[in-house]
Design a protein around this ligand. Structure first.
Ligand SMILES: NC(=O)c1ccc[n+]([C@@H]2O[C@H](COP(=O)([O-])OP(=O)(O)OC[C@H]3O[C@@H](n4cnc5c(N)ncnc54)[C@H](OP(=O)(O)O)[C@@H]3O)[C@@H](O)[C@H]2O)c1
Length: 322
């Protein structure tokens, strides 16, 4: 027997732009309806990203009230007009319509604009960790035009985009040098990366490890001020550095990928990396899970820049058990 359709649900939302501590509220709101070419899911797991508190600041397009939570996995409970590739009851993961709807993924139900089936062998918690890290890493490596035989430096191999990029670069046949803290240094080495610490002396450590200059560098850490070091590492050529987190306000000439015009999201890669994850050949580590009511400590951790893995809210804890 199917559950009766709920009329209302819990959702984490903001009604004005500002610091997340000031504007986010867990509210009782109407369940959103999927529009054409959208689906609605019962959210089992929603992974957080630094972009969630950026959304609160109003630095991304979108109307008010707005929701947070951009990485979702759950079970389809309604489909919009024109959707033929998925049906009610199927497991999917994807990206909410956070611009068009007044709630997003940290909610009991979410309307998705982008989705893929969760392959057999992959649980909903692991699936929720994928979209942002996979999409961003694929896009960044493609923009860098990384190919087999090249050496890539990932500055921030312990960020989840960085952790994804290391695995993808190794799959492409690149040699990978990564900077990382203690949490993931061992796992990155096990994957095949050569790892050193970030921070003071990084230029020399990376150059020593690489035996010269890496061909290209990807900056993924949410820190500013290191782009000049990365440019030095790649022999002074800023076009060999791609940054997803520091948008080069000082005009070094580093390449950036963010909200600039022409950004084409690489959602086409989600299905492939989910299948690899189901086969145990790709992973995004989960640091901690939280109940919906514990959203504040989750946001504190993501805002502090020291998540050490994905932080995941579980609106429906039972759906991810086992
Ligand atoms: N431009 C885009 O399209 C786009 C898309 C998605 C994300 N982003 C941005 O990409 C960045 C990374 O996102 P994420 O979700 O992957 O981050 P994350 O997983 O939340 O990154 C946190 C991790 O960064 C590492 N870290 C902290 N300080 C560091 C430093 N000085 N150098 C190197 N690593 C450091 C720490 O790992 P360890 O200390 O354990 O190594 C920490 O656990 C964010 O700024 C996000 O906004 C941009």
């Amino acid at each position: 027997m199917s559950d009766p359709e709920p009329a209302r649900m819990r959702a984490l939302r903001f009604h004005a732009h500002g610091e997340w501590t000031d504007v986010l509220r867990l509210e009782d709101v109407p369940v959103p309806a999927p529009r054409a070419n959208q689906i609605r899911v019962r959210v089992a797991a929603c992974a957080l990203n630094p972009m969630d508190w950026v959304l609160c600041l109003g630095l991304m397009p979108g109307s008010l009230p707005g929701g947070v939570g951009l990485d979702v996995a759950g079970t389809v409970d309604a489909v919009g007009e024109g959707v033929a590739d998925v049906g009610v009851g199927e497991r999917v993961f994807g990206v909410p319509d956070y611009r068009g709807q007044s709630s997003a993924g940290v909610a009991d139900r979410a309307v998705l604009a982008v989705w893929e089936p969760v392959p057999e062998g992959l649980d909903l918690l692991a699936a929720a960790a994928l979209p942002m890290a996979v999409e961003t890493a694929v896009r960044s490596l493609d923009l860098l035009d990384l190919s087999a035989g090249q050496t890539l430096l990932v500055n921030g191999g312990g960020t989840m985009v960085g952790f994804a990029a290391v695995q993808m670069a190794l799959m492409r046949g690149a040699r990978v040098i990564a900077t990382a803290g203690d949490t993931f240094a061992g796992r990155l080495r096990d994957l095949g990366a050569e790892v050193t610490a970030y921070g003071d002396g990084m230029v020399e450590r990376v150059r020593d490890l690489a035996g010269g200059a890496p061909d290209v560098a990807l900056h993924t850490a949410l820190v500013t001020g290191v782009l000049p070091d990365l440019v030095r590492i790649v022999e002074g050529d800023p076009r060999r550095v791609m940054s997803i987190s520091d948008f080069d306000e000082h005009g070094l000439g580093v390449r950036t990928t963010g909200l600039e015009a022409g950004l084409v999201p690489r959602y086409d890669a989600l299905g492939r990396f989910a299948r690899l994850a189901a086969e145990g050949r790709f992973t995004i580590p989960i640091a901690r899970t939280f109940g919906m009511e514990d959203w504040r400590p989750a946001f504190e951790a993501i805002h502090g820049g020291q998540a050490h893995g994905k932080l995941v809210i579980l609106p429906d804890r039972a759906a991810t058990a086992g």
